[in-house]
Design a binder for this molecule. Structure first.
Ligand code: GAR
Length: 207
């Protein structure tokens, strides 16, 4: 049985989608937040998932926060660390420590609109499609190998909230999917790219 640790900062709806979907071959060992008030912690605790807070405001700098965070994570010896609305920029040392086992979901079609306020920026840019990306985390922000993306239309009178809701519904679909693929050993990292391998057929053939 593989071990997954999920990091959140707030609502935790992506974490909830992953927990509800269930990941064959893995258990959610812990949900860790950098904010004591993160709403998602209650859902995880109600599901008997270990929860923990590593409050970034209690640390003098990024390096020491990341070291404490890594210590909390590593107690669960995770095969995969899942950033689910975890709103802290991580140090290169932290990212390297989890190379090949740290993923993130970002609310845009990367490489477009990395960073914050993605929905507002997509509306301002007048793009006709927008979406979400699951990617491996590398030291450069929002730039790692892409596992899966989902596309949604941008409608003429969309508000930021409407567009965000349309994207979020897709996030809840693709994030559990990506985690399942990775746990099943179906994602191969090849430099800057991630390749999703076909599912083996029950008879041993590959489709
Ligand atoms: C999600 O839309 C996620 O893509 C985004 O924050 C939201 C968290 O929602 N993440 C980022 O912007 C990362 N840079 P959730 O807490 O309900 O999962």
């Amino acid at each position: 049985m593989k071990s997954i640790v999920i990091l959140i900062s707030g609502r935790g709806s992506n974490m909830e989608a992953i927990v509800r979907a269930g990941i064959p071959g893995a258990r959610i060992a812990a949900v860790i937040s950098n904010r004591p008030g993160a709403e998602g912690l209650a859902f995880a605790a109600a599901r008997d998932i270990a929860t923990e807070v590593v409050d970034h405001t209690a640390y003098p700098d990024r390096e020491r926060f990341d070291a404490a965070l890594a210590e909390a994570i590593d107690r669960h010896t995770p095969d995969l660390v899942v950033l689910a609305g975890f709103m802290r920029v991580l140090t290169a040392d932290f990212v390297r420590h989890y190379a090949g086992r740290l993923i993130n979901i970002h609310p845009s079609l990367l490489p477009a609109f990395g960073g914050l306020h993605t929905h507002r920026r997509a509306l301002e840019a007048g793009v006709r499609v927008h979406g979400a990306t699951v990617h491996y985390v590398t030291p450069e922000l929002d730039c790692g190998p892409i596992v899966v993306q989902a596309v949604v239309p941008v409608l003429p009178d969309d508000t930021e909230a409407e567009l965000a809701a349309r994207v979020l519904a897709e996030e809840h679909r693709i994030y559990p999917q990506a985690v399942r693929w990775i746990i099943a050993g179906r994602v191969r990292l090849d430099g800057a790219r991630a390749e999703v391998l076909a599912a083996p057929e029950p008879n041993g053939f590959v489709n």
